[in-house]
Design a protein around this ligand. Sequence first.
Ligand SMILES: Cc1cc2nc3c(=O)[nH]c(=O)nc-3n(C[C@H](O)[C@H](O)[C@H](O)COP(=O)(O)OP(=O)(O)OC[C@H]3O[C@@H](n4cnc5c(N)ncnc54)[C@H](O)[C@@H]3O)c2cc1C
Length: 631
Amino acid sequence: MWITVGIICAVLLALVLKYIFTTSGPNPFARDTREPVREILTKKEKNKVLKQGFLASKVPENLDAVVIGSGIGGLGIAVLLAKVGKKVLVLEQHDRAGGCCHTFTEKGFEFDVGIHYIGDLQEHKPFRCMLDQLTNGQLQWEPLDNPYDWVVIGPPENRRRYPIYSGRTRFPEELKKCFPGEEKAIDEYVRMCKKAGRGIWLLAMLKLAPTLIAKFLVYTGLCKRLSYFFEMADRSLTEVVNGLTENKDLRAVFTYIFGTYGNMPKDASFSMHSLLVTHYLNGAWYPKGGATEIAFHMIPIIEKAGGAVLVRAPVNRILFNSNNEAIGVSVMKGQEEVHINAPMVISDAGIFNTYQQLLPKNLQAMPAIQKQLSLMKNGEGGLSVFVGLDGSKEELGLKADNYWIFKENNYDELWEAYTNGDREESAKNVPMLFVASPSAKDPIWQERNPGKSTVSLVSFASYEWFEEWKDAKVTNRSPEYKELKRAFIDGILDVVMDVFPNITRDKIEYVDAGTPITNTHYIGAPKGEIYGADHGIARFSPELNATIRPQTPLKNLYLTGQDVFLCGLPERWPEPSPVALSSSNATCIWTPLPWPRKPNLLNRSSSSYNSKTYMCRFVLGLRENGIRATV
Ligand SMILES: Cc1cc2nc3c(=O)[nH]c(=O)nc-3n(C[C@H](O)[C@H](O)[C@H](O)COP(=O)(O)OP(=O)(O)OC[C@H]3O[C@@H](n4cnc5c(N)ncnc54)[C@H](O)[C@@H]3O)c2cc1C
């Protein structure tokens, strides 16, 4: 039996490798493009790059591709194409580029929307090399403190604080100090997380391999046999941790990071969870100068190749010819439609926006499109509170770390009661909260904003709670809406001031909340989703992953971004597999594949990419366009 399975696997592997490596084409990573690091510019200077408004006259001629949406998925693929000389136009509906990586400023305080910490960014690691290449070495990363996360559980009179340290051995060792007698459970948890994390290669393979091979792997049940990731994917996080320990606080500490992908433990796949746990094992980082630096350093690369990134450019439909091949997009400029032609359309706008809003009705009804939609569902709505404070990080007791604060250790029950509860009551009772200070993480914040600080608070909220106000003007919604927001803000601030006693009401110079309908407006999330499509157990079925891929059922139309692969700036590619390469949203359309370690261009041409840099092969989902990347 095992010999047969082995032979089948070997044949499959040979076919996949042949399919992938027989394509020739230019390579976006052929050259180490890092340049000496330049000084971080002021907001005004950066806005000249990030806020270039759409005008038909600014659309470059003879485009090679048009990308809908300027999140990391959209900009990432645009940079890759630009690096092989393609002229790409990125169109963003908001008034600035970046998607979840954009920032905004109110009363002098700059706030990040959606980047708080990223793992796997050690200098020699492939994911770091990849981000360096995508930003020509201009994006710099600042490590967070260690412990980088704190799990805070319980009411004020019985509050327990558990530090989470990075470090492959330190992470479990420190947990063992907090939970004596639970050594076996902790070791087993770490072992399972690492093993499941490593198995993610097959998920990428399903999205990359020829459809027939992917389907063969799915329908023969081989996925579960070949990868522990898929073996564990339909087991819930609650089920797994409950099987490891009876200690309720330890169960809560094992599961606390579910907020980074948005499913309560009983609905979360253990495999998804394992990716996040292992993602931060080697530390956590924050972009120096704030999240806005990410898009800011990618756009010039697109422009250098003749492309452009234009904002206030809502795409209202994708254009098709009579053979149902995508031939461009239409952008609303006031009441007028501007048509833009391109031989390739890549959508970073999310699967629901793309299929339900941008396709003509007849194509939307295609069985293959309906099949994809039926496999996905909208993710949980996000709620963010942005606080501008008078006081330095020292005065306010803020550090370069994150707090995950929970009312108690029974997350599943807390979440159920909150999301199914009466919204006014739930507003006063937000049971889980992420707290971070972007200003404390950014080493240049204080020199630019002396004596001021910011705090970002993130939780979840039901879209339906706010839906009645969705059509009102974003800056002028009704008093009832503002009152509901105020209730959330007040409840949340009470918790924060209790945990951070140096933060008091009189220090708050600015506070406002973004609800799910705010997300709809600014990041185009149709149901206010915090992380795009739902990342629950169903998302990890082999069938779904073989079906939802960069290629769509429509010729010349591709998907990129968090709905194709997974949410997060990077999605981890685990060690110690030979492919220690993180894929990211940007890689959704160009997926990394294993290749034996050997010296490569990057480490030959540069001193800081040392011999630990892995030989990796990137294979573009766009292989039919003859582009292949090898690092
Ligand atoms: C509050 C929050 C905190 C987060 N924290 C972290 C973190 O700490 N670490 C981490 O790694 N990840 C984090 N994430 C997740 C990460 O930011 C996202 O997964 C990732 O940035 C998504 O990138 P994307 O390109 O897929 O989509 P997006 O960034 O959502 O980009 C999609 C873009 O498409 C645009 N668009 C939509 N429709 C149209 C249209 N019709 N025409 C033109 N443009 C359109 C939208 O406006 C948007 O700009 C966080 C997310 C949030 C919301």
